[in-house]
Design a protein around this ligand. Structure first.
Ligand SMILES: Cc1cc2nc3c(=O)[nH]c(=O)nc-3n(C[C@H](O)[C@H](O)[C@H](O)COP(=O)(O)OP(=O)(O)OC[C@H]3O[C@@H](n4cnc5c(N)ncnc54)[C@H](O)[C@@H]3O)c2cc1C
Length: 394
């Protein structure tokens, strides 16, 4: 196998989107994944309109829609006021081919992409291969892999670290992960309970503000995921018990308790951005480059936007269409919009949900009352504005 290829650490949604773009554009790639198969973890479940547009160019959107749920609208509520506002993505049908969110687990996307790419002559995915470090050479990069107790070295022209929040690529490049970790933790409880049957007019995506216990409700095929922020002084073990989860769930719909629970998962919540997304011929993308709270569903979506931006740039340089200096624009564009949009608005979304909802209600009412403001608002929450801003950065 030729060494003239792009080496990618991690076969999560970001690594596989980068690989599919590159291989499809004629650039040979090898993806190294530490797991013995694709991750089954259910984390991201919301795909935004421009992400669906991008995945469509890889032939993945139709299958994602078939395996997920279309969510044309979302709602904000408070425990105190009930429904505050509902927004319908039809208002931005002029700006996207997919004016809705798709609710589908990220583990379905990775399987769709892998099934499409398997057997492609430019695509190689190696499981049980843990990336242990990356170094720069005179003509490219070298990645060290640990596999079956052996250490191997693989040369390539470029490297992409898409190896998640604890990225070895980022550490090995000596890039700082600036930011902070919230003291509170996120508890995700999944239930097959049909919330539509007890909350009239409920949409598949709902954010419920409350100063004491906010939560959000997300529907995926066959399940609802209820996400709570846990700030009490209880151990991780205690928080993940069914008893604790039932106590939180009993606050969702008055009079309903003792839910059937499928999964309980606890996460730490961070807001961090790598000091740079690019060192020499190595790049960082997705959670390896930035992590944020899940309010607004911007982590994986932003990572897919990184992957598309970077892969298209590398492909253009590979084919001699643009000079190598064009690659510098990846860091310039994607790091800035991560700070200006993803970090800023996920923090703002958390503040809104932690509030009493009084001011939030007024600001949402003002947006709803004005068609131009509604359009701008939906362009922002669907992340189309952040992509336009990246382009503006030249
Ligand atoms: C509860 C929850 C809900 C979320 N909901 C949303 C949402 O709705 N929308 C959204 O946009 N985002 C959401 N996110 C964030 C989203 O899950 C992440 O942003 C996304 O998984 C990032 O994808 P990635 O490919 O960068 O990293 P990952 O998904 O972490 O994938 C990294 C891959 O690299 C592999 N790997 C790691 N280290 C190595 C190594 N050394 N060598 C080789 N392979 C390695 C891992 O095994 C894994 O397969 C949510 C997160 C949580 C916790």
């Amino acid at each position: 196998m030729s060494d003239d290829r792009v080496l990618i650490a991690g076969a999560g949604p970001v690594g596989l989107v980068a690989a599919a773009h590159l291989a499809g554009a004629g650039v040979p790639v090898t993806v190294f994944e530490q797991g013995s198969g694709l991750s089954e973890e259910s984390r991201a479940s919301t795909f935004h309109p421009p992400t669906l547009d991008m995945l469509d160019t890889l032939g993945a959107t139709e299958s994602l829609i078939a395996q997920g749920l279309k969510a044309p609208a979302f709602q904000y509520r408070t425990k105190k006021h009930g429904l505050l506002a509902e927004f319908d993505f039809a208002a931005i049908a002029d700006a996207t081919r997919h004016p809705y969110r798709v609710q589908c687990e990220q583990s379905k996307l990775t399987r769709i992409l892998y099934d499409r790419m398997r057997g492609h002559p430019n695509f190689d995915l190696q499981f049980d291969s843990t990336v242990a470090g990356v170094s720069q050479t005179a003509s490219g990069v070298e990645i060290t892999i640990e596999r079956n107790g052996h250490t191997e070295r693989h040369a390539g022209r470029y490297a992409i670290g898409a190896d998640g929040a604890s990225s070895i690529v980022r550490r090995s490049l000596g890039v700082e992960f600036e930011g902070f970790t919230w003291p509170d933790r996120l508890l995700v409880v999944s239930t097959p309970f049909d919330f539509h049957s007890v909350i009239p007019g409920l949409t598949s995506v709902n954010y419920v503000a409350d100063p004491e216990r906010w939560y959000f409700l997300l529907q995926i095929p066959g399940l609802w995921r209820v996400m709570f922020l846990v700030n009490e002084d209880a151990s991780d073990e205690r928080v993940q018990t069914r008893e604790f989860a039932q106590t939180l769930m009993s606050g969702v719909v008055p009079g309903i308790s003792n839910y059937e629970i499928d999964h309980i998962t606890l996460y730490k919540v961070h807001q961090r951005v790598a000091k740079t997304f690019n060192v020499g011929r190595a790049f960082l993308a997705g959670d390896a480059a930035h992590i944020n709270n899940p309010l607004g569903g911007m982590g994986m979506n932003g990572g897919i936007h990184d992957a598309a931006n970077l892969a298209q740039r590398i492909a253009a340089v590979w084919k001699g269409e643009t000079p190598e200096s064009e690659l510098e624009r990846y860091d310039k564009q994607r790091r800035l919009v991560t700070l200006e949009y993803i970090q800023k608005y996920t923090i703002q979304n958390k503040k809104n949900l932690e509030s009493s909802g009084d001011e939030f209600r007024e600001s949402l009412a003002a947006i709803k009352a004005d068609a131009a403001r509604t359009h701008d608002y939906l362009m922002r929450v669907s992340m189309i504005t952040s992509l336009a801003r990246a382009e503006e950065l030249g």
